[in-house]
Design a protein around this ligand. Structure first.
Ligand SMILES: NC(=O)C1=CN([C@@H]2O[C@H](COP(=O)(O)OP(=O)(O)OC[C@H]3O[C@@H](n4cnc5c(N)ncnc54)[C@H](OP(=O)(O)O)[C@@H]3O)[C@@H](O)[C@H]2O)C=CC1
Ligand SMILES: O=C(CO)COP(=O)(O)O
Length: 341
């Protein structure tokens, strides 16, 4: 018996939105990608490429593009939102009049709203209270997926139908979709790892060795899970693809925009110039500020976040911050095994 494919809408014309829309269309789902820029929509309709954010990749011939929000989301069973965190709430508010009660909304955005410390699923819950919600996160560098290199992702939702529908829409021989119910943990993992990608990029620019890189990555995992537990997430989620998986990918790859920002900072470039040159989203800089504020408020020990904050916003030399971290006394290796006194 054939099961009908979900109709899909993807909000966001960036590299990740494009890759996910393309996967759904390639899987036989009627898919519309919404972009705010009508000129780019016309170009994409004509060329079936996204030359601004995903140059060099042909998109599936059935993938439709639109700058009309009502038309894009109105008929969809499943709506993916891939809008940077700074504009996420606004776009959801704009889409709200056209959303139907049974639709499934899935955030793909790895960021934290400035000022409110809201994650994107919380924004969806506030703005569309009756929606069926999920979060998609994992080691998903857009260009690798566009090149059909095998990858896995995580759909986190309490709704089993939603998890199955996302699997049906996206899973294919080069893309596996794993399931989780810890929405908050999966989402926090995706947001927090961007901070540590900046730290590793900075360290790589300073030509550190593999021991240093491994220490940084492992202590990053300790720090992010310590913070997440304080906020009610399950620390075991950090052992999954959305946690250690994405941390490893983003901290290792020059394809990561956050890693690129860190590398450029570590090479002595100015933050404003780096952001201007990037022309794409790097959520980590905002996330450092939001997490630093929240960690101070909650009294959570986050030396890497504090160190990055000092380097980026208080102009402290990288070498001084690194030396301070190395001299900060004995701590537990795995604090869920040996708690810190
Ligand atoms: N790229 C990746 O590898 C991955 C990214 N993500 C996450 O997905 C999210 C989106 O990232 P990505 O696709 O890479 O983003 P990009 O930086 O590639 O593109 C950003 C997109 O958002 C659009 N946008 C920005 N502001 C608005 C607004 N106010 N209204 C409507 N559209 C807007 C931009 O449109 P315009 O061109 O008109 O400015 C552009 O289409 C981020 O949170 C990122 O962390 C998650 C996994 C992988
Ligand atoms: O989240 C990503 C890969 O999983 C993409 O990371 P960047 O946003 O740093 O490019």
């Amino acid at each position: 018996m054939s099961v009908s494919k979900p109709r899909v809408a993807v909000l966001g014309g960036g590299s990740f939105g494009t890759v996910i829309a393309n996967l759904a269309a390639s899987n036989g789902c009627h898919t519309t990608q919404w972009l705010r820029d009508a000129e780019l929509v016309a170009e994409m309709q004509a060329t079936h490429q996204n030359t601004r954010y995903l140059k060099g990749f042909d998109l599936h011939p059935t993938l439709a593009f639109s700058s009309d929000l009502a038309q894009s989301v109105g008929q969809a069973d499943l709506v993916f939102v891939a809008i940077p965190s700074k504009a996420f709430r606004q776009v959801v508010q704009n889409a709200k009049p056209y959303l139907q009660t049974k639709q499934m909304l899935v955030s793909m955005t790895k960021g934290i709203e400035a000022g409110t410390f809201s994650l994107m699923s919380q924004i969806l819950r506030e703005e569309v209270p009756n929606a069926r919600l999920g979060v998609l996160s994992g080691p998903n560098l857009a260009k690798e997926i566009a090149a059909k290199m095998p990858a896995g992702t995580v759909i986190a939702s309490l709704d089993p139908d939603l998890r199955a529908t996302v699997h049906q829409a996206l899973a294919c021989p080069y893309f596996r979709v794993f399931a989780n119910t810890d929405i908050y943990g999966v989402e926090l993992s995706g947001a927090l790892k961007n901070i540590y990608a900046i730290a590793t990029g900075m360290a790589q620019a300073n030509k550190v060795g593999e021991n240093t890189r491994s220490m940084l990555l492992t202590r990053a995992l300790a720090e992010m899970s310590r913070f997440a537990v304080q906020l009610g997430a399950n620390p075991l989620t950090f052992l999954g693809l959305a946690g250690v998986g994405d941390l490893f990918a983003t901290c290792s790859s020059p394809l990561s925009r956050n890693y690129q920002v860190g590398f450029a900072l570590g090479s002595g470039k100015k933050l404003a110039d780096i952001i201007a040159d990037l022309e794409q989203t790097a959520e980590g800089i905002n996330t450092i500020q939001q997490v630093k504020q929240q960690a101070d408020k909650l009294g959570v020990y986050m030396p890497i976040v504090s160190g990055l904050y000092d380097i980026i916003f208080n102009e402290q030399p990288i070498i001084d911050v690194a030396a301070k971290m190395m001299n900060s006394g004995q701590r537990s290796d795995v604090e869920f095994v040996l708690p810190n006194r």
